[in-house]
Design a protein around this ligand. Structure first.
Ligand SMILES: CC(C)(COP(=O)(O)OP(=O)(O)OC[C@H]1O[C@@H](n2cnc3c(N)ncnc32)[C@H](O)[C@@H]1OP(=O)(O)O)[C@@H](O)C(=O)NCCC(=O)NCCS
Length: 180
């Protein structure tokens, strides 16, 4: 499946995207604050495309002008999420290459994926979390209409070996319908 917004194409990842993915995902500013380690090589990025980004609702964020990936957005439904959700609920995840930060791109991509989640996948709730220091991610969630639910203090993140305080937000279908 593919989605078109004002500035973006959201489409499945392809093996040919490995070089572009590595260019952005090697930057420690992108992965660590989202809970994953920077990519170490183009081969590493290719492996991630084959084993992680091949999931059903994971999409490359591409600019319309060249259809090349600059970030990633997706929904992890039910048990695939980190919140142990029922199959009618999902977790929203996203990241964007540093050169593109601050232009509303992730908000634009996330709003479209949220629409897809509620309208096409018939979800009733979408959850999203961010680490304490990540005010940019907090803003994305607020701009998409998510509301604060609870905080997990000092969670050990196995993948990166870091400890974080995580804030959890949620958007219900009712709230989304009221504000869209
Ligand atoms: C979080 C992230 C995806 C946001 O992407 P983005 O496309 O820049 O987001 P938007 O432009 O839609 O919104 C960013 C907001 O943060 C604000 N912001 C705060 N500090 C900023 C900074 N250093 N650079 C850019 N924007 C900043 C922006 O002003 C904007 O808020 P506003 O619309 O109220 O002005 C991006 O910063 C990123 O990839 N971070 C690393 C990975 C990550 O945190 N993923 C999410 C894990 S929960």
């Amino acid at each position: 499946m593919e989605f078109i917004t004002d500035r973006l194409i959201l489409r499945p990842w392809k093996m040919e995207d490995a070089e572009d993915l590595y260019m952005y995902a090697k930057d420690p500013k992108v992965g660590l604050i989202a809970g994953w380690n920077p990519h170490t090589s183009i081969e590493n990025s290719l492996e991630i495309i084959k084993t992680v980004f091949n999931a059903d609702e994971t999409y490359a964020i591409c600019l319309k002008e060249n259809n090349k990936p600059i970030g990633c957005v997706g929904l992890m439904i039910g048990k695939e999420s980190s919140f142990d959700l029922p199959n009618t609920q999902a977790e929203l995840g996203y990241w964007l290459g540093v050169p593109f930060w601050g232009h509303g791109i992730t908000t634009e991509a996330s709003k479209e994926i949220v629409r897809h989640g509620f309208e096409d996948l018939k979800l009733d709730k979408i959850w999203c979390g961010y680490f304490d220091e990540n005010t940019q991610s907090k803003r994305v969630q607020e701009k998409c209409g998510f509301k604060y639910q609870y905080t997990n203090e000092n969670i050990y993140w196995e993948m990166t070996g870091q400890t974080h305080t995580e804030h959890i937000y949620c958007l219900t279908k009712e709230d989304w319908l009221m504000n869209k």
